[in-house]
Design a protein around this ligand. Structure first.
Ligand SMILES: C[S@@+](CC[C@H](N)C(=O)[O-])C[C@H]1O[C@@H](n2cnc3c(N)ncnc32)[C@H](O)[C@@H]1O
Length: 332
């Protein structure tokens, strides 16, 4: 195989096309889409040119990633970030050009991590239910947050804002109601789609609409956005109704290449740190501050010594179990 970047594993193609690996194996057997065998691993792989007939693959190969990254905000956009954790979403918002005016988080260690990495951020430690957001009324552009998912008592009828009281989503919605942001961004695990048979998301949609926002909501797969992980997230973007008609909203284009285990472990396009060469357990401090940080770095380093080189090009690092949010110390 000449250029490995031009080939995709069966699992990657299943993700790109949104079909099962079993379907792909069937297509291989009946000649619909015939795979090649990788000369190193003997696994089934597909060349880029075979996939170009599919819309989803075309989107991946002909994207405007660079042009979109070069887009600069017309003015500084102001952000309040709730349930900030150790800053996963916040750092993405920062990279997209947003200026945090406040971040809230109840976990003191997560708050300390945020403060260590971004001393200039206004990190407010404490329970969201104790905060008053009316001080931000009409002063912020975006209110974002990955609220923990909880059930509502739902009896088949639409739930209103007040009916969600007592949940963390209610606190998120209350922050929206009090601060009146132009746009809201709620991020959650893919499991929210089916949580309580879909009732939880149904109620969330109802409340967001009741608050006066027009919703767009896809599931995005991290692997298409230059992240070497199989992590899926549901994003709910609400645009305030008075702006919704004037606004055009586009989801980001996927990156042209899917990052692999090799990208996660070896020095290269993503990281300057060569994980496989780290002598665990004593990782030098400056290395533990890299993008692959702390315990994650150690796990990867240990793992790297055990995996065969062939896996590097095959599979992505998958962080499942409903994708727990982990704290990373270094934020680059
Ligand atoms: C799903 S995580 C969010 C992760 C974050 N978006 C990120 O990208 O790293 C939810 C966060 O909500 C925080 N949280 C839970 N209850 C809270 C409360 N009552 N007030 C403030 N934060 C809370 C948790 O400590 C946790 O860090």
């Amino acid at each position: 195989m000449e250029d490995r970047a031009e080939y995709f594993s069966i699992s990657q193609v299943a993700d790109i096309l949104g079909i099962s690996k079993e379907t792909l194996r069937r297509w291989d057997d009946n000649g619909t889409l015939v795979a090649e065998r990788d000369d190193r691993s003997n696994y089934r792989v597909y060349h880029k040119s075979q996939l170009e007939i599919f819309d989803q693959a075309q989107q991946l190969f002909s994207n405007s990633w660079e042009a979109e990254l070069a887009t600069k905000p017309a003015r500084p956009f102001r952000l309040v970030e709730l349930f900030a954790g150790a800053g996963g979403l916040a750092i993405g918002m920062e990279r997209a050009g947003f200026e945090s005016v406040m971040l809230n988080e109840i976990d003191k260690h997560a708050c300390n991590t945020l403060r260590k990495n971004r001393p200039s951020w206004n990190v407010v430690h404490g329970d969201i239910s104790k905060l008053d957001f009316s001080t931000y009324r009409d002063k912020i552009d975006v209110l974002s947050g990955g609220f923990p998912c909880q059930s509502f008592s739902y009896a088949g009828k639409s739930l209103g804002f007040e009916d969600t009281r007592g949940t963390l989503f209610f606190e998120f919605a209350r922050a929206v109601k009090e601060s009146n942001p132009r746009v809201l961004l709620a991020e959650n695990v893919r499991g929210l789609l089916n949580h309580d048979g879909g009732a939880t998301l149904h109620a969330i949609r109802d409340v967001i609409k009741e608050l006066g926002y027009t919703l767009v909501e896809p599931v995005l797969k991290a692997m298409f956005y230059r992240v070497p992980q199989k992590r899926e997230r549901l994003f709910l973007v609400g645009i305030r109704n008075d702006l919704a008609n004037a606004a055009t909203f586009n989801w980001p284009s996927p990156f042209r290449r899917i990052m692999t285990m090799a990208d996660a472990l070896k020095a290269g396009e993503l990281f300057s740190l060569q994980c496989a060469e780290v002598n665990c357990p004593d990782i030098p401090a400056e290395q533990s501050q890299s993008a692959v940080a702390g315990s994650t770095g150690r796990i990867l380093a240990r793992f790297a010594r055990q995996v065969a080189a062939r896996i590097y090009d095959e599979e992505l690092f998958s962080w499942r179990r409903e994708d727990r949010h982990g704290a990373a110390l270094g934020m680059g």
